[in-house]
Design a protein around this ligand. Structure first.
Ligand code: FAD
Length: 317
């Protein structure tokens, strides 16, 4: 069962989520007896041969300026050609913004079953059953894909990157590339030094911080941990922080290894976007705050006293 992994990139560099997808695809190919190949579109500056470390044997690269802009229809048609030419039976995407745009379109074009939001390798002992998150991460569903070609999009941070392999062969892939219908006029860099969806650690704060002038200590804590910044929705609505930092049901859904929530009550709509985090630490002055029920570690205390102490402790490590 040959596997093809879609490699997503930003500023010419392979996204961490794609390394997870590569590790996942390689382990699936090994388990199901097949090859693990990858497709990368556009002009990457990073050496694609490094994907061999994650178990990818061959990388097909389509170098074409038209692919530097993500146009879902153009990308879908190129990946469709790669599936047909490589004979792949499973296509793996990361369930990030590009994967969400392209995987469903490819599913329609190839009449291939799609499981979006996978969290584990498929069970291939009796068919092809993929475990995925449902109900905003509150439960799992095991979904069987019965079509000849199968598509999986893997949740970000759901699968451990394994780098034990060697070097991948990189080959040019000749594809027909349509002219994009989308023209990018301007791009704005999201705030924060670390990408929120890719971060291992996220430091997030809510209305308990009283105002935007108090975010310096949160930024310092995030900086010292190499973490991304996030916030609750009212904070973004009040323009204390930019909307790209808002996490939750109506914001970004994240699954970092560590989520630190400061002065956030833990409303269900907030939890819907963060409850897939592996470890949750809550700082709140109200011992009855609902977030403590979802927390692995809780600190009952005033953020203005606790956060500087956390920062001091982190700096000592
Ligand atoms: P608050 O509810 O005001 O809580 C502030 C917390 O800070 C309190 O628990 C308080 O005890 C604590 N606190 C106060 N002072 C301090 C201090 N000095 N030190 C420590 N702790 C302190 N919200 C989201 O976040 N994301 C979403 O995606 C989202 N989507 C929504 C969708 C819908 C349809 C609706 C209706 C609501 C949505 N909400 C969302 C809003 C959500 O219901 C809550 O209102 C919101 O999450 C509350 O934000 P908060 O915890 O920052 O503020």
């Amino acid at each position: 069962m040959n596997v093809l992994v879609f490699i997503d990139h930003v500023d010419g560099h392979i996204k961490k989520a794609s390394l997870e997808a590569a590790s996942y695809g390689a382990q699936l190919a090994q388990k199901a007896g097949g090859t693990a190949e990858a497709i990368a579109l556009g002009n990457l500056t990073e050496d694609l041969a490094t994907l061999g470390k994650y178990g990818i044997q061959k990388v097909h690269q389509v170098k074409n300026d038209a692919l530097n802009t993500i146009d879902a229809q153009v990308y879908t048609k190129v990946i469709e050609q790669a599936v047909q030419q490589t004979g792949a039976k499973v296509v793996v995407f990361s369930n990030n913004s590009t994967g969400k745009l392209v995987a469903p379109r490819l599913s329609v074009r190839l009449k291939a079953g799609l499981v979006a939001g996978a969290v584990a390798l498929p069970d291939t002992t009796n068919g092809f059953v993929v475990r995925k998150n449902v109900f905003s991460g509150k439960a799992f569903a095991n979904v069987s894909i019965n079509t000849d070609i199968k598509i999986i999009s893997l949740n970000v941070n759901a699968f451990t990157i394994s780098a034990t392999g060697g070097t991948a062969e990189v080959v040019p892939f000749n594809a027909t590339v349509d002219a994009p219908k989308v023209k990018v006029i301007d791009t704005t860099k999201a705030s924060g030094k670390v990408s929120l969806t890719e971060a291992d650690i996220v430091v997030s704060a809510g209305r308990g911080l009283k105002g935007p002038e108090n975010w310096k200590m949160v930024e310092d804590l995030a900086d010292s941990l190499g973490a991304a910044l996030a916030c609750s929705r009212p904070v973004a609505d009040a323009h204390w922080r930019p909307h790209n930092e808002h996490v939750g049901q109506t914001g970004v859904a994240i699954a970092p290894n560590l989520y630190i929530a400061i002065g956030i009550s833990g409303a269900i709509q907030h939890l819907a976007g963060v409850n897939r985090s592996k470890v949750i630490v809550v700082v709140n002055k109200d011992p009855e705050a609902p977030f403590f029920k979802a927390a692995d570690y809780g600190i009952v205390g005033d953020a203005f006293e606790v956060v500087p102490k956390m920062l001091e402790a982190v700096k000592k490590v």
